[in-house]
Design a protein around this ligand. Sequence first.
Ligand SMILES: CC(=O)/C=C/C=C(C)/C=C/C1=C(C)CCCC1(C)C
Ligand SMILES: CC(/C=C/C=O)=C\C=C\C=O
Ligand SMILES: [Fe+2]
Length: 554
Amino acid sequence: MEFLATRNSILPAAVALPDNSGHRINHRVSLGSSNVSLKRNVRGLTVTNVATPLPTIAPSWETESVVKRNHVAWTSVKQERWEGELIVQGEIPLWLRGTYLRNGPGMWAIGNYEFRHLFDGYATLVKLHFENGRLVAGHRQIESEAYLAAKKNKKLCYREFSEVPKPDNFLAYVGELASLFSGASLTDNANTGVVRLGDGRVVCLTETQKGSIVIDPDTLDTKGKFEYSDTLGGLIHSAHPIVTDKEFLTLLPDLVNPGYLVVRMEPGTNERKVIGRVNCRNGPAPGWVHSFPVTEHYVVVPEMPLRYCAKNLLKAEPTPLYKFEWHPDSKAFVHIMCKASGKIVASVEVPLFVTFHFINAYEEEDEEGRLTAIVADCCEHNADTTILEKLRLQNLRAFNGEDVLPDARVGRFIIPLDGSPYGKLEAALDPDEHGRGLDMCSINPNYQGLKYRYAYACGAHRPCNFPNTLTKLDLVEKKAKNWHEEGAVPSEPFFVPRPGATREDDGVVISMISQEAGSGYALLLDGSTFTEIARAEFPYGLPYGLHGCWVPKK
Ligand SMILES: CC(=O)/C=C/C=C(C)/C=C/C1=C(C)CCCC1(C)C
Ligand SMILES: CC(/C=C/C=O)=C\C=C\C=O
Ligand SMILES: [Fe+2]
């Protein structure tokens, strides 16, 4: 494992603002009072760099409260919105023109009520707009029904990942007993990812279908629901569709007759069409499909023994695995469906596994060019579900130097296409290369579905309780380069290829770092050397965020 030199010195914040580090605070403090002009020299020009915060809409239900001193990564963002130019240290490549958007659960409280789990928080969308070597940043809360209702009623009104409203909260809001048992009580808090469709629309997503929300990538305005115009129904889908300029592919789990519909939507439409259906091989319900990968011609449908649980969906109190149950006896399977015909070309038993995120998949050929297997890689948690519990906020906030992050690896599935009944699952490289922690991955998008060499992810610099490095994985040399800074919690490293590049790792890696001291910054690493090329400090600490997308400049 290679560790790269990192900086310890941190630039002063562009604008001095109350940090997120604690004390008795008044959340109504507005950023509006903090406009600051800073002069700097950019390529011979003196540029007045004005951090111009937008008017702050302080959550009225988040008035005076006592906040414990926590890592800013796990501390709710204090303002509903902000925008301003950041001072850049280093050089942003001039070819980098567009907006990186990152979604994630950034607000974990309603009044004095603190949410339990990382995945419960109300969605905070962050943007980094790069143009001419300059960087304009901002964030904004997504105005889902769930968020607006919580704000208005000062209480939880919809079912979140682990939180369930008290019946009177929800009934007071929606007013119908039957709604508790239908999709109406599920959240539309689109806090997981953000994708740019082939037609240019930008949609924030979570695992409930109703939580598909169209936003404006420039202003971060919530434009409204993305309504699916088909009649496929169902309540949930994969949080991570595969999105290219040509299509949107996703999985719709069927909780009644355990299986999955594999569906495709064309750009410019809202209608998903069925490619085919996979019936589960075993178990009382489909396995959780947070994500799935595709190859050029096939869709890989994982059947994980961590399965949805209809009973847990209705429970008022969280169960150990939330809306899921671990069924090792039901075994694990991987199904391969042909994209063109919808036919299942392989359905094999594989070793037990636990994953949130697939990294990529590709078709393996023999010397004669005959297709022999599908290779699918994921961030695999050693078939251990305890990672879900480690992501409870109280555990994330309680870090005391103990090394409690469970081990993870690049799990490589090899799925034979010769009709044999078993597939293999092995580590693609020694997990010690990335500190035995691994999640939140990206690749060069031009290599999606193709044989590839590099992946970017978060790994571990132990002791830790959460992935705390950025790591570049070389899956051919089986080596990793790691970036780490003391106390930093980096979000998913997102790879943007350089236009015209011919090398797979020619591009930049974008991440946002939340720092222990309460601050945060945007970070650019060179995709090839994996060394820092630029950073820009935010005037306030950023909470942790999940997944992002790139919106190129028109
Ligand atoms: C943020 C993340 O990674 C996952 C979020 C998952 C969510 C919000 C899941 C929500 C669900 C419900 C509210 C009820 C139905 C089941 C399930 C999809 C898990
Ligand atoms: C942040 C995370 C797992 C970290 C484990 O080491 C998973 C996030 C899942 C949702 O997108
Ligand atoms: Fe995810």
